[in-house]
Design a protein around this ligand. Structure first.
Ligand code: NAG
Length: 409
């Protein structure tokens, strides 16, 4: 039989096996892929099986069989199960001054949850709005998650209100992005600032509330970021802290299985949340950066380069999505679905990005990120000098893609 097959066939088979093997491995390890990517893997598997068994079974029969299995499988897995009732369930949400936190607190309160919402500023606009618009079930707590005494106090207050009842849900929403810029131009304090809130703060909250969550066999829902999985340019400090958070949550997810506590992560696309559109904050950060950078480093990159990054971020933040509902809906799903998913993509394009990242070589998926995310036109100053006059000209009338590619590298 073997001699019937030619060399191209074996090459074809090897490539296909590597592709499907890789895809299957990633799918099984991470189990975070959307239906579309599962379909691609299935189609690949179909072709492979068809090739291998072509001489045993007529291909058409096999394809029909596999197609039928696929249809059955997807109809079973994609049927939305009715949500659990919210009544009588308590949920603790961090970072409710604005953005996702505030919107989530309002939505969950309206659904009938007993909401504990933490804010940084008890007399702030967000806290007042929650107090004004929500039911008397909602409890506001002042918590800076980086302050263990405040976390401890919030735990005591929550316990006092819950009585003997456990906590059904913890929504880890509080997080910060303290700077936006090249990793070399980010200060140590930027890295520590992100880690302090996004990682250590969330860690302390999660550990503190776990006994209550175990008691209720409840859920942990964490708002993370695709920047914790993919190397977004200019988000090194923020992304690293979210990567640490993702790994921690994934570990916890396995460890809490025996306790019946389920752990989900939400991966939102870019939204107009409180901090990202705070222009005054970012201008202040920019000024401080210019003052704090070693002069030699500032000379190498150029002040105009740093300013361009800041402007790009402003544009990016201005164009972000103001409608939080995809995020709020996935948080609700993670809290109330009988079978919450490990990961939820919230917002347009996130699932597609994970698809690219899962199936394409790194060199390609990174290019995709750079093209789509920050479209820098300026090169660092020191590199501009080297490449001379031609490059300078290109910088000023840069309309074609070839030039842009040269400059981004
Ligand atoms: C939270 O952090 C503080 C300070 O590091 C620590 O004393 C406390 O034990 C932590 N909470 C938990 C539950 O680990």
């Amino acid at each position: 039989m073997m001699e019937d097959y030619t060399l191209p066939f074996w090459i074809y088979l090897t490539v296909l096996t590597v592709f499907i093997g890789g895809a299957m491995k990633k799918m099984i390890l991470a189990s975070h892929l959307s239906a579309a990517s599962t379909l691609v893997a299935w189609l690949g598997a179909t072709v492979l099986v068809e090739r291998l068994w072509a001489f045993c079974l007529p291909a058409a029969v096999l394809l029909a069989l596999l197609g039928l299995t696929w249809c059955l499988y997807s109809s079973i897995t994609s049927r939305p199960l009715p949500l659990l009732p919210a009544q009588g369930k308590a949920v603790f949400i961090t970072g409710c001054d604005s953005g996702f936190g505030k919107a989530t607190a309002k939505h969950l309160d309206a659904l009938g949850f007993e909401v504990f919402a933490t804010v940084l500023d008890m007399s702030g606009e967000g806290a007042r709005e929650l107090q004004r618009t929500c039911s008397p079930r909602l409890t506001l707590l002042q918590v800076d998650i980086t302050q263990p005494q405040q976390v401890q106090q919030a735990l005591l207050d929550t316990k006092a209100k819950l009585g003997l009842k456990g906590l059904w849900g913890l929504v880890n929403n509080a997080g910060v992005c303290v700077n936006f810029g090249d990793s070399e131009l980010s200060l140590m304090s930027n890295y520590r600032g992100c880690m302090e809130v996004n990682f250590f703060g969330t860690l302390n909250i999660t550990k503190s509330f776990l006994p209550l969550l175990r008691q209720a066999k409840g859920r942990i829902v964490t708002i993370s970021s695709p920047a914790g999985d993919h190397p977004f340019p200019c988000l090194g400090a923020y992304g690293s802290s979210k990567a640490a958070l993702n790994l921690f949550m994934n570990t916890l997810r396995h460890e809490l299985v025996p306790w019946g506590v389920q752990v989900s992560t939400i991966l939102p696309s870019s939204y107009k949340t409180g901090q990202s559109s705070n222009t005054a904050y970012w201008e202040q950060q920019h000024k401080q950066l210019i003052q704090s950078l070693p002069p030699a480093l500032l000379e190498d990159y150029g002040e105009d380069y740093v300013s361009e990054t800041k402007e790009l971020f402003h544009t990016y933040a201005r164009n972000a999505n103001p409608d939080f509902s995809p995020v709020i809906n996935t948080i609700t799903q993670a809290l109330l679905s009988p079978q919450p998913r490990v990961r939820y993509f919230a917002g347009p394009g996130v699932g597609f990005m994970y698809f690219i990242h899962s199936y394409f070589p790194f060199s390609l998926s990174n290019k995709f990120l750079q093209k789509l995310f920050v479209k820098k036109k300026l090169m660092p100053r020191a590199l501009r000098k080297q490449s001379g006059f031609d490059m300078d000209l290109n910088l000023h009338n840069n309309n074609n893609n070839n030039n842009e590619e040269k400059l981004i590298k």
